[in-house]
Structures are given as structure tokens and as C-alpha cells.
Design a protein around this ligand. Structure first.
Ligand SMILES: *Cc1c(COP(=O)(O)O)cnc(C)c1O
Length: 454
């Protein structure tokens, strides 16, 4: 007798597809509550893992009523904390295809079709950045994985670039605004960081050059990380100035554009990214502002053969993966992972069916709404704009408020389901922060949120 877990089950399929159809059609998506739920989740889950299994209808009921509502909907236009998400319908649907087809994308020999498609999506991003035709990489789980994998190549190829000048104890130059995942990657890699002091929270070529000249470890620096769109404030570093220094000193140049590089699609701000065409590696998270479902980050290298020399895994059972046919491309060779799902496919499908103009328009819409939000803040007497937004993060001060008042405000907004916001720290003070990303986040909605600070 066949094991029933592997037999097609019409009722179970309907149960799940009906749920997905309902969730996809929700307009608007309810914001829900995340960690703010009060009943005990452990009590609700009690006894569910049993030898005989539980009726799927009951399990879905529990998921729908108790678990799903205990997650703030990151795809709600009211989600303005951290970095939101806004996957397209096409991308979400194709994620189900990836799941139902068990699509993996580890190697060419197993999955040439999906890998070719993922590479086509990567090429769109490489072209936006202006990288040469030989550029390539792979999709990884997130910006953190991308930063780690890119910097690992920077570390391990220092000898090739720098020859005798390569230091015994390599150091990577980063700015104070670098994302925490960069520091973590350096920790994993066993590499120290040289913190470049920045004027106005922006890493410039001049600041980097000065830091390298003045710090006793300057000559040990083998790589530099610039951020194209800081998570806290959406600031784009001086990518061209940093590129000049990287070239002079033969540093590996990695750009962390996990959040901001989506705006390469937007002609109105494209000029701010000038210099990105000179990177050795960069990361952008389609699961943030490129409207793909989790978890999807694109990692691209100017010279992918360098990455391959570093990341290719040696194991006798893996030798067959490498046949070196001209088309062959093994995503496992371009990051520290091996087995991976074809997580770039939902983006590929959505780009193919919607067209790149729709992406340009969606990003431009968010940029325009952000400017309107900044304008509105400037008209409100009790609010002060911290700085003009460069991308889609707005920072503001509410006169008289400290951390506790911002926290109370967040709690109130979530409780009445008006919005999900979190304050941040700016020059040592608590300030309000709104991160826009969903094209459906309207100025009216943000105006309502801001009105509640009165
Ligand atoms: C979000 C973010 C990361 C981390 O990416 P994950 O996808 O969460 O791993 C890194 N750098 C920047 C600038 C980010 O905004």
C-alpha cells in the first residue's frame, strides 16, 4: 500500500488553494498584530503534534484564526516599520508553482531551466547597475547571506589583487551606517572592520581615503563596503568616490543595496547610484522593494569566476556538477550555500508578465509618495523633518517626544489598526521613522498616521 502522504488529495488541495485564493483576494489585507497578541500561542498549539495526525480542516482553522493573525501583515500598505514588503500577485502565485514543482536551483545538471530563468532576472538587475556582460551571480536567502558571500570572495581573493601587499590580517572598511549584517559577516569571516567616520551619515571617497591614510591598519584594508540606501534613513553613499579609492588601493568593492538598489529602476533617482557600475559585488533584496516574496536576494559579481574559485564546493560526489560546458552555471558556486530552492523564479515570472516598466512605475510611485509625506511633515507645526528623504524612508521629530512617547504612539496605531510604525535613533535621539515601500501606501493613509501625533 502506498504511504498516504504522497497520494494526491483533492479535499486537502481544495482546502489550501481556497485559502490561498481568499488571501490573495483580500483588499485591503488586514494589518493584524504580531507579538502584540495576548492569548498564549503555546496553549493553542498544545497537543497538535500527535502520532495519528490532526484533521487538516482543524489545523487550517488554527492557522487562520490564531497564527496568521499573530503576524503583522508585512504586505499591508499600513506596514511602515522596519522594511516592509509588497509582493506582486504574479510573484506570489508563481511561488506556489515553485513549491508545487519542488523547483530547486543548485546546479545546471539538475536544473538548467530554472537556473537559466533566474540568470535572466539577474541580468535585468546587472543591466540596471551597468555591470558588464560577463557579470553574474545567484539568488540567496537575504541581504545578510549576500553580504557574507560577497565579502568572502573579497577576503579570499585579496592575494590575487594585492600580491605581496596583501596583509596577513585583513581588515574591511565600513561606515557607521553599514547594516548590522555586514558587521556580522565580518565576524563570521574572522576579519576586523575599520570604521570610517562619516560626515552627515554618508560614506564618501574622501572620508575613506583619509581613514585609510590615518588609521594604523590602513594598509591592511582589503575591501570596502558602501551602502546604497541605508536601512535607517535611505542614504546612498558616494559610490563613485568610494570606487576611486577602491581602484587606487585594489580593494574589493562591495555595495550593500539590499533595500535601496531597487531604485535603480527609477530614472528620477538613478543618478545617485552613479559608480555602482564599478563594484566587484553588490546585493539587492527583491523581497524588499522589488516586490518578490520572501526569501529572495540577488548577489551579483563583476567577475563571477573569482566567486566560483572561492565558493565552489569540493566533494567527490559533487565533482560531476562541474562539466565546464559554456552554458553551465551552478548557483552553488556563487555563495556559501549548496542546496537552494529556485527562489529567483517568482521575480522572474513577475518581471516577465508585468514588464520592467511596471516596476519602474511602482518604485517611482513610492518615491513620489515619500516626497509628499516629507512636504506634509514640513507643514505640520508639531513635527520637524530630520532631513529630506533620498529614497523612501522619512525621519521626523515630534516636539516634546522621547522614546516612550514614540512607543505609546506605535502601540496605539497598531491597536486601532491604523498602521505599524517604529521609531528609530538618529544622532542619539529617538525619532519617528516611516519606511514606505508598498505602491498602495497613500498620502491620505500617512496623513492619518501623522495626524495621530498631534
Ligand atoms: C535588509 C538589509 C540587509 C539584510 O538583508 P536580509 O534580507 O534581511 O538578510 C542588509 N543590508 C541592508 C542595507 C538592508 O536594508
Amino acid at each position: 500500500m502506498r504511504n498516504p502522504m504522497f497520494v494526491y488529495d483533492e479535499k486537502l488541495t481544495d482546502l489550501i488553494f481556497d485559502y490561498c485564493r481568499w488571501r490573495l483576494a483580500l483588499d485591503p489585507v488586514p494589518l493584524d498584530y504580531g507579538g502584540a497578541v495576548h492569548e498564549s500561542l503555546a496553549a493553542s498549539l498544545e497537543g497538535l503534534m500527535s502520532p495519528g495526525g490532526t484533521d487538516p480542516v482543524d489545523v487550517m482553522e488554527l492557522f487562520d484564526k490564531t497564527l496568521a493573525t499573530a503576524a503583522v501583515s508585512v504586505d499591508s500598505p499600513k506596514f511602515l516599520a522596519f522594511i516592509p514588503a509588497a509582493p506582486t500577485k504574479a510573484a506570489l502565485l508563481f511561488d506556489m508553482v515553485v513549491a508545487c514543482s519542488s523547483l530547486q536551483g543548485t546546479s545546471w545538471i539538475e536544473a538548467a531551466g530554472p537556473v537559466a530563468a533566474e540568470n535572466q532576472a539577474l541580468r535585468v538587475l546587472a543591466d540596471l547597475a551597468g555591470l558588464p556582460g560577463g557579470a553574474g551571480g545567484c539568488f540567496v536567502a537575504g541581504g545578510s547571506a549576500g553580504n557574507l558571500s560577497g565579502l568572502m570572495v573579497g577576503r579570499d581573493t585579496a592575494g590575487v589583487r594585492m600580491g605581496d601587499a596583501a596583509p596577513d590580517h585583513p581588515v574591511v572598511a565600513i561606515s557607521e551606517e553599514a547594516h548590522s549584517s555586514v558587521g556580522k559577516a565580518l565576524h563570521v569571516l574572522g576579519v576586523d572592520s575599520l570604521l570610517v567616520p562619516c560626515h552627515d551619515h554618508r560614506l564618501t571617497g574622501r572620508a575613506l581615503r583619509d581613514a585609510l591614510a590615518n588609521d594604523p591598519r590602513g594598509d591592511d584594508v582589503i575591501a570596502v563596503v558602501a551602502t546604497a540606501g541605508t536601512t535607517n534613513a535611505g542614504i546612498i553613499d558616494d559610490l563613485a568616490g568610494v570606487a576611486d579609492v577602491a581602484e587606487e588601493r585594489r580593494l574589493w568593492y562591495h555595495v550593500d543595496g539590499a533595500y535601496g538598489c531597487a531604485a535603480l529602476f527609477a530614472p528620477s533617482v538613478r543618478g545617485r547610484f552613479d559608480g555602482i557600475e564599478r563594484v566587484d559585488s553588490f546585493v539587492v533584496d527583491p523581497h524588499k522593494w522589488l516586490f518578490a516574496p520572501f526569501d529572495c536576494a540577488a548577489l551579483l559579481y563583476r567577475e563571477p569566476w573569482l566567486a566560483k574559485a572561492v565558493h565552489s564546493q569540493d566533494a567527490s560526489y559533487l565533482e560531476v556538477l562541474h562539466r565546464d560546458t559554456p552554458e553551465e552555471w551552478n548557483p552553488s558556486d556563487y555563495a556559501y550555500h549548496l542546496t537552494r530552492r529556485s527562489r529567483g523564479m517568482p521575480l522572474w515570472f513577475s518581471l516577465a508578465v508585468n514588464g520592467t516598466d511596471a516596476y519602474r512605475d511602482a518604485v517611482e510611485t513610492v518615491l513620489a509618495t515619500t516626497q509628499a509625506v516629507a512636504d506634509l511633515i514640513e507643514t505640520l507645526p508639531h513635527l520637524e523633518l530630520v532631513r529630506r528623504p533620498e529614497l523612501s524612508v522619512v525621519l521626523f521629530r515630534r516636539t516634546g517626544w522621547g522614546k516612550d512617547e514614540y512607543d505609546d504612539w506605535s502601540d496605539r496605531l497598531l491597536e486601532d489598526q491604523t498602521g505599524f510604525v517604529m521609531h528609530t535613533t538618529w544622532d542619539g535621539d529617538a525619532v519617528g521613522r516611516l519606511a514606505l515601500l508598498h505602491p498602495d501606501t497613500s498620502i491620505e493613509l500617512v496623513a492619518e498616521i501623522l495626524a495621530s501625533t498631534a
